[in-house]
Design a binder for this molecule. Structure first.
Ligand code: THU
Length: 130
C-alpha cells in the first residue's frame, strides 16, 4: 500500500477538536508493512499525541523496530514537517537516510530525510562513557 494513501486515509480519523488541524502519518517497516497513525488531542493540551507517534506505536506494537520510509500529511498551505519531538522519535527507529515525504491535502509534496530534519540530534553514542 502506498504510504501517502495510508496517511491520507488515517488522517480522516484524527481527533483534533482543539486545534482543528488533522494530521495523518504512515511509516513503512523493514518488512514492507505499512503502519498508520493520526494525532489524538486531549483537553489537557500537552497530553495530545502527534500522528507520527501513533504510526510508530502501531509499528512497535506489531513487533517491528525499524522504519524505512515516512509520510506525513495535513491540510496546510505548505507541507507540514514533523515537530521536533517527532523528529527525535523517528530517529530512534530509522536511519539518517530514511526518506520523509511531507504532503498537503491539496497535493503539494516535499521530501527530506530523517538526518536532514534532525542534524546533530541526541543519540545513544552520547551516553557512551569514555
Ligand atoms: N501535529 C502532528 O500530529 N504532527 C506534527 O508533526 C505536527 C503537529 C499535531 C499535534 C496537534 O494535534 C496538531 O497537530 C496541532 O499542533
Amino acid at each position: 500500500m502506498s504510504l501517502l494513501k495510508a496517511a491520507t486515509d488515517v488522517r480522516e480519523n484524527a481527533y483534533a477538536p482543539y486545534s482543528h488541524f488533522k494530521v495523518g502519518a504512515a511509516v513503512r517497516g523493514a518488512s514492507g508493512r505499512v503502519y498508520a497513525g493520526c494525532n489524538v488531542e486531549n483537553v489537557a493540551y500537552p497530553e495530545g499525541t502527534c500522528a507520527e507517534a501513533g504510526a510508530i506505536a502501531a509499528m512497535i506494537a506489531a513487533g517491528e523496530t525499524e522504519l524505512t520510509e515516512v509520510c506525513v500529511i495535513a491540510d496546510s498551505p505548505e507541507p507540514t514537517s514533523p515537530c521536533g519531538g517527532c523528529r527525535q522519535k523517528l530517529a530512534e527507529f530509522g536511519r539518517h537516510d530514511v526518506k520523509v515525504i511531507m504532503a498537503t491535502v491539496s497535493g503539494k509534496t516535499s521530501e527530506s530525510t530523517i538526518g536532514d530534519l534532525l542534524p546533530a540530534g541526541f543519540n545513544s553514542r552520547h551516553m557512551d562513557k569514555a
